[in-house]
Design a protein around this ligand. Structure first.
Ligand code: C5P
Length: 301
């Protein structure tokens, strides 16, 4: 018996970051958009907990109990008095340590898959609680679509998206550590008055209207200076994407993936082609959003 769950990547169309809190996290106004790049998590009963991974960057994925998929299985089993005797297989397509919530996707995917495999019948609220314990972006990986994340990003309000937005993603040759990027944000803002993070009204309207030009005029990422400070070559990637005709270019989340908004699919393909030949990134993918959250796509009895 097995269950397979497909989970999307995300791009942050706005990432407003407040001052560091007493617990070390930062309050955010985080406008998430799920995009059609997916990891798949397949769970099968096994003699003990085991994690395997295939796909681009699989070698960088930890296969021990620090893997978010493993942590999700352990957390769900713990709540229901079960032992997490399960083989978790991750088929990766979301870049590893890329700022697109690949690890979070695997956590949400394992949770939904184990819930189905074990017949635990956890409510949506219970699953979202476990997701929030696993990481700030994990609840969004579960729900997908478009949403505003507040608190440390885990408190979600669903948002309207009035149409599909077409993106080109430029992957870097190495990853960036999210805690390191937040620490760099703290260093760069030390002594400054960091305002409360607030979602932009114009941006939410552009999203609701499905208007790529209006969205391009309002996208922002407060972590971008910190990501650029740790990874200065990303400035060249951003310049290459803009020169290729993107309506806007920004670092995705904590990076180092850069995201370029295109007017339509044809334009996205052209930008992707130019970026591929520019030599300014390691890989290029095209994807649109909003995409659905964690979804059971298969299973064997
Ligand atoms: O929640 P998650 O485990 O994904 O966060 C990873 C790290 O990113 C945290 O340990 C923290 O350093 C940083 N972070 C933060 N503020 C947030 C979310 C994450 O400082 N709102």
């Amino acid at each position: 018996m097995s269950v397979t769950v497909r989970v999307p990547a995300k791009v942050n169309v706005q990432l407003a970051v407040g001052a560091v809190r007493a617990d070390g996290f930062h309050d955010l106004a985080n406008v998430f958009l799920a995009v059609g790049l997916y990891d798949e998590v397949t769970v099968t009963p096994a003699a003990g907990l085991r994690v395997t991974c295939e796909g681009p960057g699989a070698a960088q994925v930890p296969l021990d109990r620090t893997n978010l998929a493993a942590r999700a299985a352990i957390a769900l089993a713990g709540r229901y008095g079960l032992t997490p005797d399960v083989h978790l297989h991750i088929a990766k397509d979301i870049p590893v340590a890329g700022g697109m919530a690949g690890g979070s996707a695997d956590g949400a995917g394992a949770l939904v898959a184990c819930d189905a495999l074990w017949g635990t019948g956890a409510s949506r609220e219970e699953l979202l609680d476990i997701c929030a314990e696993l990481g700030s972006d994990v609840p969004f990986s579960l729900v997908g679509g478009a949403a505003l994340g507040t608190g440390r990003g885990e408190k979600l309000t669903a948002l309207e998206a009035g149409g599909a937005f077409h993106w080109v993603f430029a992957m870097a040759g190495r990853g960036l550590s999210t805690p390191a990027v937040f620490r760099e944000f703290d260093r760069l803002t030390a002594g400054l008055d960091v305002p409360e993070p607030v979602a932009s009204r114009e941006l939410l309207d552009a999203l609701a209207e499905g208007d790529p030009d209006a969205l391009a005029a309002t996208v922002s990422n407060d972590l971008q200076p910190a990501a650029l400070s740790l990874f200065p070559e990303l400035a060249d990637t951003l310049a290459a994407g803009r020169a290729a005709g993107a309506l806007a270019g920004l670092v995705s989340g904590s990076g180092p993936t850069t995201a370029f908004l295109a007017r339509d699919t044809g334009s996205a393909e052209k930008i992707a082609q130019m970026l591929r030949t520019s030599g300014a990134c390691a890989d290029v993918r095209v994807a649109s959003g909003p995409a659905p959250g964690a979804t059971v796509v298969g299973g064997k009895a």
